[in-house]
Design a protein around this ligand. Structure first.
Ligand code: SF4
Length: 101
């Protein structure tokens, strides 16, 4: 490996490390972007951001009391296991609602 290509390799590694450091982490973070009701994954399970809009939702069932919700208690939104990298509203609901165990 020439000195020039070694320098380029090291420069690329440094840039990559910098990008990894400043890149936002949405995977399971509470600040992940909210999923849109129009997202195909949301539509597939009839997700709505307000359970009152869902005729099929049993009274009182919301994302906040769903077994798949991973948001903090009292938070307005949080991650959901079926939407990796996205958040759902605590007041939301979808057809995959499951009781907490
Ligand atoms: Fe909300 Fe549960 Fe459906 Fe996730 S699985 S969107 S937490 S009702």
């Amino acid at each position: 490996m020439s000195v020039m290509s070694r320098r380029l390799l090291l420069k690329g590694a440094a840039v990559g490390a910098t990008l990894l450091t400043v890149r936002p982490r949405y995977s399971a973070a509470a600040d992940a972007p909210l999923i849109s009701e129009n997202d195909p994954a949301a539509k597939a399970v009839k997700y709505v951001d307000d359970a009152k809009k869902a005729k099929a939702a049993a009274p009182g069932n919301t994302c906040a009391n769903c077994g798949l919700y991973q948001g903090k208690e009292g938070a307005k939104s949080g991650p959901c296991q079926i939407f990796p990298g996205k958040s759902v509203t605590a007041a939301g609901w979808c057809a995959s609602w499951a009781p907490q165990i």
